[in-house]
Write a protein that binds this ligand. Structure first.
Ligand SMILES: [Mg+2]
Length: 184
């Protein structure tokens, strides 16, 4: 079973708390998703699936998408990156839907992505490496949210600034960890 940390928070931190925290997308626990009747995956692109702006498809990544699709999940890449032929080609190779040029956490773009995979918010899981775009946006929408460690250290300057605030949020997450046997 893949390793993950599960959180349940209340109060003002709720919107910034992911349901799960993983090292990487490859730790995504499929049984956990199925128990919650999740059937669509909305995933971030840069530093979640690939290093920042490096849009080559690794065999492992292609296999991950294949597994998700064969398990019955529909997938869509939801990214703030500007539309480009390289990203387009990548999504075709991965046989996944694509929403680029988004401005997460704005809800409109999450709605667009959900439409692409014909899922309601509660049937969808948002995966990403950033609290203030991926996790916040997904939680506002009412989706499950999964925070992964970023793949590389290179990123957009605006993102680097937000990481300062993000570190503060993450430091406080520990007290919301769900332990085995905790009541629902
Ligand atoms: Mg990212």
């Amino acid at each position: 079973m893949a390793e993950y940390m599960e959180f349940r928070s209340r109060g003002p931190m709720r919107l910034l708390t992911p349901h799960l925290r993983l090292k990487s997308i490859y730790d995504l626990p499929i049984p956990w998703l199925k128990e919650r009747h999740v059937r669509a995956i909305l995933t971030d692109l840069d530093n979640t699936l690939v290093p920042w702006r490096d849009y080559r498809v690794a065999a492992e990544l292609a296999a991950w998408f294949k597994t998700l699709h064969s398990e019955g999940f529909r997938t869509v890449i939801l990214s703030n990156a500007r539309p480009s032929p390289t990203i387009q080609k990548m999504s075709q190779e991965l046989e996944t839907e694509l929403v680029v040029g988004a401005r997460k956490p704005i809800q409109r773009f999450f709605r667009q992505a959900l439409e692409r995979v014909s899922a309601s918010p509660s049937e969808a899981c948002v995966i990403g490496d950033q609290v203030f775009t991926d996790v916040l946006g997904g939680n506002l929408m009412g989706c499950y949210t999964v925070l992964v460690d970023r793949i590389g250290t290179r990123e957009f300057i605006g993102t680097r600034i937000m990481r300062v605030f993000e570190r503060r949020v993450l430091k406080n997450l520990d007290r919301f960890v769900v332990k085995p046997g905790d009541p629902e």
